[in-house]
Design a protein around this ligand. Structure first.
Ligand code: PSV
Ligand code: MN
Length: 423
């Protein structure tokens, strides 16, 4: 199943007049509208290889039919999303869920679809068949050196797979931690983790980055070795210039001020990557922007400010969607996530930074709030649609997806009983 450019432009014809009216209307209000549109048009976010099938919980999994059952098909699915949005031009692979058995063929297929290989993700949170040692009591932090070595070796292999595909970064997320007080010696566990990471870091090519993810709880419920951004920053600083912190929106305790974490990390040039999702209670992995769109906007406001005021040379963060669940068509869900991310970004670009700074310096709190909320309350959908028009993508990606009966075509092609690898 492949969507051609002409399919999409044909579908756009019926929507274009109405879209143009809305975009022209916005032009009267917003002076630098085209500049903002171009920035949105240039934006891309990576899709993880594990989000293209139905996500499950430990209570069950409900398939959609037509799910991709190998990496080649997963790339084809991202190709569909990318053709519709021109904003999903990268894939993030999880090893061993998606080992590229034939990297040459996989790379060629990705190239044809305009997809790059973003960060590689290692997995030392599940035991695999034929694995010598178990990760039941941790991986990089383990009390037994042999277990730590096995986990280090796995990360090195992930780097090798990434090199073959043209990836330039490794994301390390560790489930390591403890379920009961006394189970782990905190300092020994952190020190073992640091020493293991040092070995992986030494293996990292010079033009690669390492992203260290943090999470306060789950799957361990008393302590996680890398529980927060401070611990991730501590490890990254000790490792060296190629190591950074990665912020996953779901990995915070309720009501944490994530935008402030973003600002602090960027001030030190240490924000390396971002995993987008949304949540009500914990690491719910719900569709981006489904629950707290204002928080997402405030985060983007800090990102926009941080990239404009960047004395510590924070690199452009690696963006990835890290959401997956049970009840929506995964492709439609990713399209919604992309839309939410670009909506927050466009609104953040509308913030009058100069006026905000002036109001801050005068301690005019009411005006500060108004500046942010005026931007947030602006309907930016015509900007997103125009960005897609500029890229020959769809004015309304979900409508196109549905009008072309894409899920049905995927089911006809692949069958109903297919299951994608992942959680
Ligand atoms: C952990 O919750 C996480 O956010 C990490 O990024 C994993 O690699 C991903 O989810 C998928 O399990
Ligand atoms: Mn994540």
């Amino acid at each position: 199943m492949k969507l051609s450019k002409s399919d999409i432009t044909r579908h756009n014809d019926s929507l274009f007049k109405n879209h143009k009216k809305k975009y022209d209307f916005l032009k009267v209000e917003i002076e630098n509208l085209d500049e903002i549109t171009n920035q949105i048009a240039a934006y891309n976010v990576a899709v993880p290889s594990w989000a293209l099938g139905a996500g499950g919980t430990r209570f069950g999994r409900f398939g959609f039919g037509g799910e991709p059952s190998n990496l080649f098909e997963k790339l084809s699915d991202i190709g569909i999303i990318h053709a519709l949005t021109k904003s999903a031009g990268a894939i993030s692979l999880h090893i061993p869920w998606d080992i590229p058995e034939n990297p040459g063929e996989i790379k060629k297929h990705a190239e044809q679809l305009g997809i790059l290989f973003d960060a590689m993700n290692s997995n030392t949170f599940q035991d695999q068949e034929n694995q010598k040692y178990s990760y039941k009591y941790g991986s990089l932090c383990h009390v037994d050196k042999d277990v730590r070595q096995q986990a280090v070796q796995h990360n090195k292999e992930v780097i090798d797979y990434g090199k073959a595909l043209g990836s330039k970064s490794l994301t390390v997320w560790l489930a390591d931690g403890s379920n009961f007080p006394g189970q782990l010696n905190f300092r020994r566990a952190l020190n073992n983790t640091l020493e293991s990471l040092r070995e992986i870091y030494a293996y990292l090519p010079d033009d690669w980055k390492m992203f260290i993810e943090y999470k306060p709880y789950e799957p361990n419920f008393y302590s996680m070795v890398i529980q927060d951004w401070g611990t991730s920053h501590f490890l990254a600083s000790k490792l060296g210039k190629k190591a950074f912190t990665l912020v996953d929106l779901g990995h915070h305790l309720p009501n944490t001020n994530i935008e402030q974490i973003v600002a602090t990390l960027m001030m030190d040039g240490m924000l390396g990557g971002f995993h987008f999702n949304d949540s009500k209670y914990g690491d719910d992995d719900l569709t981006v922007g489904a629950i707290k769109p204002y928080q997402l906007f405030l985060i983007f406001n800090e990102l926009v400010y941080g990239m404009k005021n960047n004395p510590a040379n924070n690199p452009v963060p690696a963006w990835m969607i890290d959401a997956s669940h049970n009840v929506k068509d995964p492709l439609e869900d990713i399209i919604q996530s992309i839309n939410a991310i670009e909506t927050a970004y466009a609104k953040a670009l509308l913030v009058d930074q100069e006026a905000l700074q002036e109001a801050q310096m005068r301690n005019d709190v009411v005006h500060c709030q108004n500046i942010l909320q005026n931007a947030f309350n602006t309907d930016v959908q015509p900007i997103l649609a125009q960005a897609r028009v500029l890229n020959n993508a769809s004015i309304n990606p979900i409508a196109t997806f549905r009008d072309f009966d894409i899920r049905k075509k995927l089911i006809d092609e692949r069958g109903v009983e297919t299951t994608a690898t992942g959680l």
